[in-house]
Design a protein around this ligand. Structure first.
Ligand SMILES: [Zn+2]
Length: 362
């Protein structure tokens, strides 16, 4: 039995922090969380004691939009306290299976091969042929193949009408087949018309936000009414609007979209679109980028505590990961020890002092 005792740490409590507390981990699971110092019985000669010195012990962070291609990608995430990553498309499927099985590093929750249109920008990324489905009759087989491949959810890349993305009836058929297989559908939508098309088709989660126009309150309220969630990825909106500007597309529209959704009450998840892959026209560093996304979400109007939930409990609940997302008894000991109070200064998450995955320090 391996036991680690964290002393003098603050944990998240409501919108702030607890008083100094003790957190005990045994064999990879959080077994005790209590206020104050450990009792004599809780600390023995063989116990590994980590002196928190007033630091904050966060649940391991979740980046809800990355692309994983190598063990190095997972280790980079883990080194910065990102212990779970939602891989929003990767290939070949054998590589994705390998990444999902890696131990002692960030966990991969993956869509595997996404669905894309025949002629959109993503058709040039070198995806396998079965990424493209143009006949609604072929969708069920495509979803069944992804289920067989181990996809944890289904991803579809939508485009504004006339831009080469999947037709609305294909998106609706993907939603129907995925839901029949009890999988959620995440739609990529970076134009407002694609965003609305995705909502009309009944997708569960939309990733990215428009930059050519902002989502308005009516759309945001519709998302709340229909139980939809968002992974806005402000990091990539900021990068593309500054490094590859297109007239009429602004980062301000992306920020305004997040503000509208947040004000309406749409659950927001922190995602970056981090990727380091040949053939993809931009690169975003895995791990560090999530800390930047938290700061951008605060810029958009989330409180620091809300931004932290966007990278912990919200994605864990949304994707049915009931073993993580909080520092609570019975959960997996994916932990991040930082210096400072991230509920008053979100940038404190960057002060990483240690990361534990299933109880083991990485
Ligand atoms: Zn992406």
């Amino acid at each position: 039995m391996t036991t680690t005792v964290f002393t003098d740490v603050h944990v998240l409590k409501g919108d702030g922090l607890s008083s100094p507390s003790t957190v005990i981990v045994t064999d990879g699971t959080i077994v005790t969380v209590h206020q104050g110092a450990p009792t004599a019985a809780e600390v023995s000669d063989t116990t590994d004691v980590i002196a928190g010195d007033g630091g904050t012990l966060l649940p391991g962070l979740i980046d809800a939009h990355v692309h994983i291609n190598t063990r190095k990608d997972l280790d980079a995430l883990a080194a910065h306290g990102v212990t779970t990553a939602f891989d929003m498309a990767s290939w070949p499927i054998a590589l994705t299976a390998t990444m999902r099985a890696e131990q002692g590093t960030a966990s991969t929750i993956s869509a595997g091969v996404p669905f894309i249109g025949a002629n959109g920008p993503h058709s040039h990324f070198g995806m396998p042929g079965d990424a493209i489905v143009t006949d609604p009759a072929g969708v069920a087989a495509g979803v069944a193949q992804r289920v067989a491949d181990g996809s944890d959810f289904i991803k579809i890349v939508t485009e504004a009408p006339g831009r080469g993305g999947p037709e609305p009836e294909i998106i609706a058929a993907v939603v129907e087949a995925a839901h029949a297989a009890r999988l959620q559908v995440v739609a990529h939508a970076s134009h407002l018309a694609a965003f609305i098309m995705s909502l009309d088709a009944g997708v569960d989660v939309i990733t990215h936000v428009p930059t050519e126009a902002a989502i308005d309150q009516a759309v945001a309220r519709r998302m709340v009414d229909e139980g939809r969630l968002a992974i806005p990825t402000l990091t990539v909106s900021q990068l593309l609007t500054s490094k590859r500007p297109v007239p009429g597309q602004t980062y301000e529209n992306a920020l305004a979209s997040v503000a509208a959704m947040h004000q309406a009450g749409v659950p927001i998840m922190a995602g970056t679109d981090s990727v380091n892959q040949p053939g993809v026209p931009f690169s975003i560093p895995l791990g560090t980028a999530l800390h930047g996304e938290l700061e951008l979400l605060v810029d958009a109007g989330l409180s620091p505590a809300e931004a932290l939930r966007a990278a912990t409990s919200t994605p864990a609940q949304a994707f049915g990961l009931d073993d993580r997302g909080a520092v609570r008894e019975g959960l997996r000991a994916d932990l991040l020890l930082i210096q400072g109070d991230p509920t008053s200064q979100i940038g404190a998450t960057r002060n990483v002092r240690g990361v534990w995955i299933a109880g083991r320090r990485v």
